[in-house]
Ligand binder design. Structure first.
Ligand SMILES: Nc1ncnc2c1ncn2[C@@H]1O[C@H](COP(=O)(O)OP(=O)(O)OP(=O)(O)O)[C@@H](O)[C@H]1O
Ligand SMILES: [Mg+2]
Length: 594
């Protein structure tokens, strides 16, 4: 089995690599160039800062420093400023190109990766996550490439240049900054950690309140029915905890902010004191010390900016981690060439075991053969694995052991396209395209004539839906088919199946009660489908069950309790009889001899 959906990457991937994985070749090149340019800008900015020292020295002493007079140093400063400007400009252009490439390629890379993932990977929770990932989260990660990476790389390069330059200029100044800077960095880091920890706590409390509010709203019918529309304890508790944590967070994060500010002040003040002492000692000219203090101030600002960029980059990691989860998810191995199927239309489970996680098995040593052209109904308690069995036929997941065969061939030995050509699926939870009602049906056979689409729609009872919609067949059904009811969506899906006429139909019948007319539509459709295809129906309605050539009753422990025809099971199958009686009572049915 593939447990791709539970794969977590325990080791954080280097940030730049996570970006690179999502970018095109040319984007990667642009990113490399941009990173180099960021480093070069930082270097020039560092040099420009350092140039103030010899400049101050020549001004103070009237002698030349390192072979250049005041004018020489002024000119060098000017040249450095121009160079820094030019590099900044080019770097911004390249950086934006890299950022644009990231956003574009990330979408494409994720799209390609999604197309290869096992169908079972996609559940509702995931669909929501992916949509927020590719919409605004990738945008903000892209901004990281354009703004945060430059600040980080060039800031770091400036700091290194300044430290190295100070050592070269005068070892005492080098020593001061080398001792003070790590202390400041440590304090800044501590302040960020505190802030992050407290933010996470407040976030959790706020999230708890908002989910309790959703729960409160969603459970209104149940709460009111129970006469408890006031004083919903979980919500009140969560709100109180949220208020407490907000209050606490205000105190602690003010402290953390103060610590951050103090750490920078500390760097500057201690720098001023120590270098001032050096000046009083006459070890260094006063003007040089003034220049040094200026450099310290600038150094402190760069340090603070750097620490802010690190925070921003940390936030940008979240979408990158999610993207990585998609990129590294296990795909189902697939073969390229299709071989002819020995027995088209046949389905076989051969000692299949499967579970969504290693601890819990849904199917255990499960065997069942459905000959071509027959109709089999699978019944069993909720959660007994009926839908799971159907999804294994469509290879949503690979089995842990045993074999699923379609048309006599192991489904792992055929290309997805060949397997999909064999099947149509009508599932409980149907997702429609945000397109017209008509196109949603016609998509299953692009070759079909209008008359054929209409006939399928009519049989499945979609015509009655079209009649009441404002724009008839051309009404757009909304994302996922939101503007239709669950039963209506399933009818559209049945019409698709009728049109496609695939050799095998997997039908997971809706559990919701249908009105008499719709029930008749579904039954008529099933009758039509069994004329052209092998039908496997996960049945809830007694009429559907009774129609099947063969009935399989699951035991709820991963295997089959009983199987046979309706007549045989009705007289001798204990579980089947039990199932039947309970359903019949619920539906107000009485079965007379058939
Ligand atoms: N995507 C999934 N991930 C993890 N567990 C799952 C997943 N889908 C189903 N399960 C679990 O597998 C078991 C079998 O579920 P399945 O949907 O096959 O039952 P079912 O017989 O179709 O039930 P129902 O009649 O309610 O539709 C259940 O315990 C369910 O919670
Ligand atoms: Mg089910």
């Amino acid at each position: 089995m593939t447990d791709a959906h539970t794969v977590e990457n325990p080791v954080p991937t280097p940030l730049i690599r996570s970006y690179r994985e999502l970018m095109s070749v040319s984007g990667n090149r642009a990113l490399s160039t941009a990173l180099t340019l960021h480093a070069v800008t930082g270097f020039f900015e560092g040099l420009a800062l350092l140039a103030f020292l010899p400049l101050a020295q020549t001004l103070g002493t009237g002698e030349s420093a390192w072979g250049m007079t005041t004018t020489g140093w002024l000119i060098s400063l000017g040249v450095l400023a121009v160079l820094a400007f030019v590099v900044r400009y080019v770097e911004a252009l390249v950086g934006y190109r890299a950022a644009g490439d990231f956003i574009q390629s990330a979408h494409r890379t994720i799209g390609d990766a999604l197309a290869k993932l096992p169908l079972g990977w996609f559940d509702r929770r995931r669909a929501g996550g992916i949509s927020s990932l590719v919409s605004h989260q990738f945008m903000s990660a892209g901004e990281g490439v354009a703004h945060l990476l430059p600040a980080l790389v060039s800031g770091f390069s400036t700091l290194l240049t300044v430290v190295a330059g100070l050592w070269v200029f005068d070892w005492r100044l080098g020593l001061i900054i080398t001792v003070l800077a790590p202390l400041t960095i440590l304090l800044l880091w501590v302040s960020q950690r505190i802030k992050k920890a407290i933010d996470a706590r407040t976030h959790a409390a706020a999230a708890e309140v908002s989910s309790r509010i959703v729960e409160f709203a969603a459970c209104q019918p149940a709460l009111r029915a129970a006469g408890r529309s006031h004083g919903f304890t979980p919500l009140e508790d969560a709100a109180a905890e949220d208020a407490r944590s907000q209050y606490r967070s205000l105190w602690i994060s003010s402290g953390a902010l103060a610590l951050g500010a103090v750490s920078v002040q500390l760097l500057v003040t201690s720098g001023i004191i120590v270098s001032g002492l050096l000046a009083l000692d006459g070890a260094l000219p006063p003007l040089v010390i003034v220049a040094f203090i200026g450099i310290m101030l600038r150094f402190a600002i760069t340090l603070q900016n750097l620490s802010n960029s690190v925070v921003g980059i940390e936030m940008g990691r979240i979408p990158l981690r999610q993207a990585r989860e998609i990129l590294t998810a296990e795909t189902l191995p697939e073969i390229e060439t299709a071989s002819p199927l020995p027995t088209p239309g046949e389905i076989e489970f051969d000692r299949v075991s499967f579970g969504y996680s290693p601890e819990t098995r849904v199917l255990e040593d499960f065997s069942m053969r459905i000959p071509a052209g027959t109709m089999t109904a699978v019944v069993g308690a909720s959660g007994s694995g009926k839908s799971t069995a159907a999804s294994l036929i469509a290879r949503f997941w690979d089995v842990d052991s045993g074999t699923v065969r379609v048309g006599g061939t192991d489904i792992r030995d055929m290309p997805t396209s060949q397997l999909m050509a064999q099947l149509t699926m009508v599932f409980q939870d149907v997702y429609l395209f945000n397109d017209s009602l008509w196109s949603n049906i016609a998509m299953s056979d692009p070759e079909a004539t209008d008359a054929e689409v209409f006939a399928a729609a009519e049989l499945a009872g979609v015509t009655t839906i079209a009649e009441v919609l404002p724009e008839g067949w051309q009404t757009v059904v909304g994302e996922g088919g939101r503007s239709l009811s669950g039963g209506e969506r399933q009818r559209v899906s049945i019409a698709r199946a009728l049109l496609k006429k695939a050799p095998i139909v997997l039908f997971d019948e809706a559990t919701s009660a249908l009105d008499a007319e719709n029930e008749a539509n579904v039954l008529r459709s099933v009758d039509a489908l069994r004329k052209t295809s092998t039908v496997l129906v996960i049945a809830h309605k007694l009429e559907t069950v009774r129609r099947a050539d063969h009935i399989v009753v699951l035991d709820g422990a991963g295997g089959i309790a009983e199987e046979g025809t309706h007549e045989a099971l009705f007289t001798s199958g204990r579980r089947y009889r039990d199932f039947w009686d309970r359903r019949a009572a619920a539906q107000g049915w009485r079965l007379t001899a058939t």
